[in-house]
Design a binder for this molecule. Structure first.
Ligand SMILES: [Zn+2]
Length: 182
């Protein structure tokens, strides 16, 4: 059998598959699937390489590892060596500059991806690994669910009605006879 990939290509391909099946992303996929949501993993024509694509909701989901994507870490200000590090992203002291630069590039690429998607009419949901640990998973995913429903309504916004909520206490007394409260 002939090998049609160069070692470099093969490496890139394998690491792409590995990164698609990281544990935090699996948790999100499992939750969505169990709650009846359907998604795609690799969709042509959707820019920005999101981890999970939910076309019906016009939503792209990214599941970010806290270290590699620099959760809560301000890498733009490297002039001050004190600042960098957060609860879930601790940059090693050794080769610190190397790591900071690497994480900064990842953050910049993330922002570009989110922007491209939004410019193309996609809603973007970014989830962090630390929000998906067992004690937080359900809460986090419930918030995702709310965002998805909201995004879904937005896809129909051109048809949306305006509902005016009436403060019940301020209803005129006489009107009560004519209104049926259910
Ligand atoms: Zn985090």
């Amino acid at each position: 059998m002939t090998d049609i990939m160069t070692p470099q290509q093969r490496h890139r391909c394998m690491s792409r598959i590995r990164s698609r099946n990281t544990k935090p992303e699996l948790k999100v996929r499992q939750w969505l699937w169990q709650h009846g949501y359907r998604y795609r993993l690799c969709v042509k024509g959707v820019p920005g390489k999101p981890d999970i694509v939910m076309r019906k909701y016009r939503t792209a989901i990214f599941v970010n590892g806290c270290f590699w994507h620099g959760h809560d870490v301000e890498t733009q200000n490297f002039a001050d060596p004190q600042i960098i590090n957060s609860e879930c992203c601790k940059i090693p002291q050794t080769n610190r500059e190397f790591w900071v630069n690497k994480i900064r590039r990842n953050q910049e690429r993330d922002q570009q991806n989110y922007q491209i998607l939004q410019e193309n009419g996609w809603q973007v949901i970014v989830l962090w690994e630390c929000q998906l640990k067992a004690s937080l998973l359900e809460d986090t995913m419930r918030q995702v669910e709310v965002a998805l429903q909201d995004n879904y309504l937005r896809t129909f916004s051109h048809k949306a009605k305006t509902y005016i909520l009436v403060d019940e206490e301020n209803l005129p007394m006489a009107a009560e006879d004519n209104i049926e409260y259910n």
